[in-house]
Design a protein around this ligand. Structure first.
Ligand SMILES: Cc1cc2nc3c(=O)[nH]c(=O)nc-3n(C[C@H](O)[C@H](O)[C@H](O)COP(=O)(O)O)c2cc1C
Length: 210
């Protein structure tokens, strides 16, 4: 799997909702962005509230099999089936919600499952993200953006950046005209291969020499 552009029917989107309330601003913004996807591009929506994962247990360096809870199996299969994964997490304490972070922690477990080839299979896929936040200054979400960029870089995924919207009470994000407008074109934007900061610096240095 390499370049996913353009948005054709061979793409499939998994939306992972990580708010701790239903029908919140993050989901509203994510659904606004999803409306612009072509009708023949499959979308799957999973609300982590409805598919609770137990706290992640780090068994990466232990021998033997461990039971695979149904919620984990569903999420693992959904993650591996999608070409595009959309993390829809509100900004909580300047980063991802706990639900979302726990889902990403499970990725670490999946990296070590024999025969699953999680890292190899995720390479080239695209990570997107939608986030609602109460504060007006979008720079305070930099921690969340960096987390997701580096996660995508680690897995050699593409990263489409974070679609940010402002709102506190459910529905308020609809009043953020700039965010709602950005939602319309978000998935049409370029998702470049994610780079760690040192890789990005090296790429810029090469660019300045040619
Ligand atoms: C636990 C918690 C932490 C929050 N932390 C922040 C924050 O650090 N910065 C911010 O701008 N808003 C923060 N908020 C506000 C939410 O981001 C905001 O209400 C957002 O609209 C919630 O999205 P949702 O409606 O999709 O749940 C926090 C809300 C909660 C419940």
């Amino acid at each position: 799997m390499t370049n996913h552009s353009p948005l054709t029917a061979d793409r499939s989107f998994l939306f992972v909702l990580g708010s701790s309330r239903a029908d919140g601003n993050t989901e509203i913004l994510a659904r606004a962005a999803a409306e612009a996807l072509p009708a023949d591009v499959p979308q799957r929506w999973i609300d982590l509230n409805g598919l609770p994962l137990p706290d992640f247990q780090d068994g990466r360096h232990e021998d033997g099999d461990r039971p695979l809870p149904e919620s984990e199996r569903t999420l693992r299969e959904a993650t591996l089936e999608a070409t595009d994964i959309v993390i829809a997490s509100p900004l909580y304490w300047y980063t991802l919600s706990a639900h979302t972070k726990r889902y990403l922690d499970y990725w670490s477990g999946w990296l070590g499952v024999p025969g699953l080839d999680f890292k190899k299979r995720m390479a080239g896929r695209t990570l997107w993200a939608v986030t609602a936040m109460a504060e007006e200054d979008e720079a305070v979400a930099d921690g969340l953006v960096t987390t997701l960029n580096n996660t995508a870089a680690y897995l050699r995924m593409r990263f489409g950046g974070v679609l940010l919207g402002n709102g506190s009470r459910p529905g308020q994000v609809r009043g953020d005209a700039r965010a709602m407008a950005r939602a319309e074109t978000y998935f049409a934007g370029e998702a470049r291969p994610a780079l760690f900061p040192a890789e990005a610096r090296a790429e810029r240095a090469v660019g300045s020499l040619v």
